[in-house]
Write a protein that binds this ligand. Structure first.
Ligand code: MN
Length: 224
């Protein structure tokens, strides 16, 4: 799986997708949590769950509450274990826009607050991602608007500077547990305003300086 590099014919090969949960105070609050700066929630999505810009996300099985979460995408060009926070930015190749598609409620035996994150987060077509904008073009993105519309209606509208765990902290923390490598991408958490979509909806995620990511929600797999 790979992502286009903005402004060139090159592609960025994706190795792993690491994700960070509960990284904006207002989103933690809307999920019913408190704003304590606890250890960040970390999970992964399979690299082959990527949906390209302009693509379609089929409505997944075993949910009736399928949510968007627009997030900053951080793409790494290098890695290693135990990366110091003050060196973390030097490992970033570029940035983009992504949507952490989430089965908020599961229609299965694994329902309720103890349902595994794996089933809610790490499923086919759950990772729409934009082109990668190299740092050489856009610099480092630690502030700027982040938004998502559904059928033209503004649903998420926040700013990257409200991230609880900043990108260098995320990289430093992840690298304590995993040997980060070139091609790893990070979904850096969503602001408030998350909500459901249904087949036929069009989502547009945007981050200031990083363009837009447009994906449609399609019919459930195995139907029309
Ligand atoms: Mn998320």
């Amino acid at each position: 799986m790979s992502l286009p590099v903005a402004g060139s014919d090159a592609r960025f090969p994706v190795r792993r997708i690491y994700c960070v949960g509960k990284n904006y105070v207002a989103h933690v609050a809307e999920m019913g949590g408190d704003a304590a700066r606890d250890f960040p929630i970390i999970f992964q999505k399979p690299a082959d769950s990527i949906v390209q810009n302009g693509g379609t996300v089929p409505y997944p099985p075993l949910t009736d509450d399928f949510h968007f979460e627009v997030e900053l995408l951080v793409a790494l060009k290098s890695g290693g274990y135990n990366i110091p926070e003050d060196e973390a930015l030097s490992h970033i190749y570029g940035y983009g826009v992504c949507i952490d598609m989430t089965r908020r409620r599961l229609l299965s035996t694994a329902t309720g607050p103890n349902a595994p994150w794996e089933l809610k987060k790490s499923f086919d077509h759950s990772a729409p991602c934009s082109e990668i904008y190299p740092v050489a073009q856009v610099g480092h993105r630690d502030k700027g608007s982040i938004s998502l519309t559904v059928d033209g209606e503004l649903r998420q509208d926040s700013n990257l500077e409200l991230m609880i765990w900043k990108t260098p902290e995320i990289i430093a923390t992840l690298s304590k547990y995993y040997a980060l490598q070139p091609g790893d991408i990070i979904m850096a958490g969503t602001p408030n305003g998350v909500g459901p979509v249904v087949p036929g909806n069009t989502m547009v995620g945007a981050i200031e300086g990083l363009g837009a990511l447009t994906v449609k929600v399609g019919a459930p797999l195995g139907t029309a």
